[in-house]
Design a binder for this molecule. Structure first.
Ligand code: BGC
Length: 351
């Protein structure tokens, strides 16, 4: 069958190639792929900067933002043919570490986890894939066109769960949230903020394109004049940082209300030092009981929470997040960022 593959470490190696059909191990689902989403991590892998193939192989099937329909399911596994499913990305390390042993591989302590479509395991950019039901999440049938947003939504559901848990170390009644970055992660973070009843603000750099309207359609406030202006009429209790831009990251740490929480989700490349008054920042964090947490990946609990969040979102709004849909054969175009892109999706159906 055809699949979108890449040789990790080799820039320019992304191509549709022929790969063997998946072997369905005992107890697994066989799934007809519908779509994969393309994100910054995929672009890094295609640029040769990230990722690892399965052991003994050179090429990796890419694609960790999945959506498919179950073709066959073993009896009594909780899934049946026709179910809309998404695959969890990370698998526990083989040791396993304490976190992986407790079903929280997103918090793996030894870094020996694998990730489908990223590191050590084939991903979902093919017309058929096999999936352990323990790593499958069912979606409501209404999400047939937009369920591919579940993986990025799971990352955001984890971020919000972490914020809640950190907040609950004392009295916690957040009112205002700031999301920095209006890409897919930022917009989905804003969706979940609005669903939590928060006065939600989103900061990005662009003044036009789909982002301002997508934010306003949520009932949130869009800002594009920098961080200071975005917090001028009120400091946020919670910041979800989704740019990875150092000046925004450190600016956000200093811009929260007392007992503020900043959750960092943007993976930056490094190598761009900035000047920072570390003492002043430390003083503010200490004197305000502020907290900063990093958050990556998501376990099955977060995928399930995200599935509920998407099921209650406005379907038309979710649809507008997907700004380009292309067939697998046009992956090169999909991997080339365009102005006005929010989420780019590849159709992986057979044909
Ligand atoms: C994925 C995560 C993954 C991370 C690092 C992100 O793009 O959404 O699931 O853990 O990359 O590999």
């Amino acid at each position: 069958m055809r699949a979108l593959t890449v040789e990790p470490g080799l820039p320019g190696s992304l191509a549709v190639t022929d790969v063997p059909e998946p072997r369905v191990e005992h107890g697994e689902l066989l799934v007809d792929g519908l779509a994969v989403g393309v994100c910054g991590t995929d672009r890094e892998i295609a640029a040769g900067e990230y990722g690892a193939p399965p052991p003994g192989r050179e090429r990796l099937v890419i694609g960790h933002e999945s959506l498919g329909r179950v073709r066959t399911a073993p009896p009594d596994c909780g899934f049946t043919a026709g179910d809309l499913v998404v695959g969890v990305v990370r698998r526990p390390d083989p040791v396993p570490c304490g976190a992986c042993a407790h079903g929280e591989p997103d918090m793996c302590r030894n870094g020996r986890f694998t990730e489908r479509g990223i590191s050590g395991l084939d991903g979902y950019a093919s017309p058929v894939w096999a999936l352990d039901p323990g790593f499958a999440v069912r979606l409501s049938p209404g999400l047939e066109r937009t369920g591919v947003l579940l993986e990025p939504a799971s990352v955001v559901a984890k971020a919000w769960e972490q914020v809640q848990r950190v907040g609950e170390r004392s009295w916690f009644a957040p009112r205002r949230a700031l999301v920095t970055g209006a890409g897919p992660i930022g917009l989905l973070a804003a969706l979940l903020a609005v669903q939590r009843g928060l006065d939600t603000h989103v900061l990005d750099v662009v003044a036009d394109g789909p982002k301002p309207e997508l934010v306003r359609a949520l009932g949130a406030t869009y800002h594009h004049d920098g961080l200071d202006a975005a917090v001028a009429d009120g400091e946020p209790d919670v910041v979800i940082e989704a740019t990875g831009v150092s000046s925004v990251v450190f600016g956000a740490l200093a811009a929260t209300a007392p007992y503020g929480i900043v959750c960092l989700t943007g993976v930056s490349s490094g190598g761009r030092p900035i000047e920072l008054d570390g003492g002043a920042l430390n003083r503010e964090l200490v004197l305000e009981n502020d907290a900063v947490i990093g958050s990556v990946n998501a376990n099955r609990r977060h995928f399930t929470a995200a599935a509920s969040a998407l099921a209650t979102a406005d379907p038309a709004w979710l649809e507008r997040l997907i700004t380009r849909r292309l067939p697998l054969e046009r992956a090169d175009e999909a991997f080339e960022p365009h102005d006005g892109d929010v989420k780019v999706v590849l159709d992986v159906t057979a044909g």
